[in-house]
Structure formats: structure tokens, C-alpha cells
Design a protein around this ligand. Structure first.
Ligand code: ADP
Ligand code: GN1
Ligand code: MG
Length: 372
């Protein structure tokens, strides 16, 4: 969506936080679809340092203080673990919240926007499009280790920052409602896309039914494991830091693995319009399975392992459903760069669902090989 707020005064925002450094300059940063992210350069007693300043999208996240409570708990837990291990780069391996002057992990500006500040993780970056199998392996390993880390978080259940976030039947119901409402008179031109989803309606409840029956357990998961949400080391490609923790909450391991498949295995990027060569890269999939299972095999149950390949298809279908719903509703959720952006993304995701359906068998074989 196009955001209501104009370019913020970053220098003023910075004064809300206990940075102990002088603002030098800053600008918009990254390619996330949700929050407004800025990178600020500061001078700390003669040394240049960078910080990420983020305005939380409160249209998407209705309970930002609860969200920041989750983020603070998860990042404190991660840091404690790294310090216990004596990790030499503990503060580069996890996000850490810079406190506001009242000690809270966020601050509100004069317009009521909610801001947070993280140290900028240097010499690493997230990839919108993965380039090598090694990157896929490292990213999957990092997300697997993140699940391992959150498994013993302790304390109260994390807040659900977006209720039913990956409950695909709810996403399908939202699509049906958007078709009925047809707020922008777009439904008539979307019959092939709508038919594509309706033909797969039964798939939508497969994972949620297994969760409801207790066959697949609830875990603390990241829930937004698109590949640019893990920063890989510029030199070694090692997964340095898992970021974008806004949706870290109760979920399923399958949501995390499925979204990795969605973003790491296609031959094209998420909004590519030329789908003529769109396919699943099985070599990338193999790298993902190896990286993820290397970290997660010890705690996943057989039903989770049995649905890893299917999860890739379901999470891609779900994401396509969400792009289509947003397009029907007039682009009120995801940031877009041009009027048909959500439709392009939706068609791309559905094209990839079809490619995943054609490759399901070899994908299942790869999982079986690595699961032992
Ligand atoms: P969104 O929810 O909009 O995707 P993210 O939290 O993923 O927001 O941040 C957007 C982008 O900003 C990321 O893809 C990444 O490139 C960059 N980024 C976020 N946090 C950091 C950080 N601490 N260090 C370096 N880059 C970061
Ligand atoms: C959003 O925030 P970002 O860009 O990492 C979205 C994900 C979607 C993704 C599609 C909170 O992720 O759920 O899968 O776009 N995040 C939220 O690219 O809705
Ligand atoms: Mg992101």
C-alpha cells in the first residue's frame, strides 16, 4: 500500500532512543513489503555506526506494543544464549533492541507512529533472489536453528501479532469475501486466478487440520522465513542473523519450511511476469532440506517431516491467495510499486504452485533421503 506518512525526520526519531551518538544522515532501506525501514548513520564519539530505524506498520500489526514485547523477549533469549556460549560476535548474531529513554524497546513519535531501532548488522545481507545452493543451505540452517532457539523460550505464550496468520482456510475465506465484495470491480477480470484457487480449496485445510488434531504440534516459529529475512555473511555466506521478527509467535514448523521453499527454490523472483521458464530448482530444494533438517531433525515429528514438501506448495498457494485478496481489495496491505503489482505477484505464485505440483514426487524423495 502507499503509506500515509511522508518522509520522517530521522534525526528527531533518533533522539527518542538511548543511542548516545549523533545523527549524521539516513535514508530508506531494504525491500520489505510491510514496514518503513531506514538506515541511519551516526557518529559515536568519533566512530561511524549504522542503525536500522523502523516505523512499524500499524495497519498490518494492530498491537505493536505486544509485538515489541515478543521481539524483546525473543532477542533477549537469543543474546543470553550467545553470551553463555561465549560467542565472539554475539551482538551480530541476533537483533537487539536499542531502548528508548524510558527503557521500552520502542518509542512513539508526535504523530503516534511506533518506532524501534536495531544495530545495523554489518558485512551481511539478505537476498531477494538467492544465487547459490550454499546460500539456500545456510539460510535454511539459520531458520532451523532459530526454531531450536525459540523451543525453550519459557514464560507465557507469545502474543499472536496477526491472528490466524497462516491458517490457510481463513485466508481462503478472506478471498471469498473479497470476491463477493468486489470493492474495485476487479473480480470479473480474475476468473482464471479465482478458479485456480477454488480447484485447490481442499489443500487449504490439510495442515490446519493436522494441527487441530494434534498430529502436528504448535511451536514458536518465525512465520516469515522469506529468504531476505536472514542476513548472510558477505564473505562466508554463513547465516549470520535472522531478522524481521514481527510474526515470531505460535505456529508450525511447516509454515517456516514452506515459506523457504516458496522463496528459495523458484527460478524467478516473486514478482517476475515472464513465467515461461518458471520452475522448481530441485538442487536448491535439496540444499534447503539439508540445511533445515541438519538443525531441525532432532525435534520434528514424523508427520511434520512427511509434509515438508507439501508445505512448500501450500505456503505458496496461501501467499498467492493473499496477493489476490489484496488486489481485489484495492492494495491495502502489501506495499506495491505499480498498480498491477499484487496481480503480477499472485500470477507468479500460482505459476509456481503448478510447478511445485509437478515436482512433488522428487521433492518427497529428497526429504526421505535426508530424513534417513
Ligand atoms: P519488512 O517487514 O518490511 O520486511 P524487515 O524487518 O524485513 O521489514 O526489514 C527490511 C529490510 O531491512 C530487510 O530485508 C533487510 O535488508 C534490512 N534490515 C532490517 N533489519 C536490519 C538490520 N538489523 N541490519 C541490517 N539490515 C537490516
Ligand atoms: C511480507 O515483511 P516481508 O516483506 O518480509 C509478509 C509475508 C509474505 C511476504 C511476501 C507480516 O513479508 O507474510 O509472505 O511479504 N509479511 C507480513 O513477499 O504480512
Ligand atoms: Mg522482511
Amino acid at each position: 500500500m502507499t503509506h500515509p506518512s511522508t518522509a520522517p525526520n530521522l534525526s528527531e526519531i533518533a533522539t527518542l532512543f538511548d543511542l548516545r551518538a549523533d545523527f549524521v544522515h539516513g535514508s530508506a532501506y531494504g525491500s520489505g513489503h510491510i514496514n518503513d525501514t531506514y538506515c541511519g548513520t551516526f557518529d559515536q564519539a568519533g566512530q561511524r555506526l549504522r542503525y536500522i530505524l523502523q516505523r512499524i506498520n500499524t495497519n498490518v500489526f494492530k498491537t505493536p506494543f505486544e509485538l515489541m514485547d515478543n521481539v524483546a523477549r525473543v532477542t533477549r533469549h537469543a543474546l543470553a544464549r550467545l553470551l553463555e556460549e561465549g560467542h565472539p560476535e554475539a551482538h551480530r548474531r541476533t537483533l537487539t533492541c536499542i531502548p528508548a529513554h524510558d527503557g521500552k524497546p520502542y518509542a512513539c513519535d508526535a504523530q503516534g507512529n511506533v518506532w524501534r531501532v536495531y544495530p545495523f548488522i554489518e558485512r551481511a545481507r539478505g537476498y531477494d533472489e538467492i544465487e547459490t545452493n550454499e546460500q539456500a543451505y545456510q539460510a535454511a540452517k539459520a531458520f532451523g536453528n532459530f526454531q531450536k532457539l525459540t523451543a525453550d523460550l519459557g514464560g507465557a505464550r507469545l502474543h499472536e501479532t496477526i491472528p490466524q496468520f497462516h491458517h490457510t482456510p481463513t485466508r481462503l475465506a478472506a478471498l471469498r469475501a473479497a470476491i463477493d465484495a468486489d470493492a474495485c470491480n476487479r473480480a470479473a477480470g480474475l476468473q482464471p486466478e479465482i478458479a485456480f484457487v477454488l480447484a485447490r480449496a481442499a489443500d487449504c485445510s490439510r495442515i490446519s487440520d493436522l494441527i487441530a488434531s494434534g498430529t502436528i504440534p504448535e511451536r514458536v516459529t518465525h512465520n516469515d522465513t522469506k529468504l531476505n529475512n536472514v542476513l548472510l555473511d558477505d564473505v562466508t555466506a554463513e547465516g549470520v542473523c535472522v531478522i524481521d521478527l514481527d510474526t515470531t509467535m505460535p505456529g508450525s514448523a511447516l509454515y517456516d519450511f514452506g515459506d523457504m521453499v516458496r522463496t528459495a527454490t523458484p527460478t524467478n523472483r516473486e514478482d517476475e511476469v515472464d513465467l515461461s521458464r518458471l520452475d522448481v530448482r530441485l538442487d536448491r530444494f535439496e540444499a534447503l532440506v539439508r540445511g533445515y533438517l541438519g538443525a531441525a531433525k532432532t525435534f520434528l515429528n514424523p508427520a511434520e517431516i512427511a509434509h515438508l514438501a507439501f508445505a512448500g506448495k501450500l505456503l505458496t498457494l496461501e501467499c498467492g491467495i493473499r496477493f489476490l485478496t489484496d488486489y481485489l481489495q484495492g492494495d491495502i496491505y502489501f506495499k506495491i510499486k505499480h498498480p498491477a503489482h499484487n496481480l503480477d505477484r499472485c500470477r507468479n505464485q500460482f505459476g509456481f504452485v503448478a510447478a511445485l505440483e509437478a515436482k512433488l514426487e522428487p521433492m518427497e524423495q529428497i526429504v526421505a533421503t535426508h530424513a534417513g
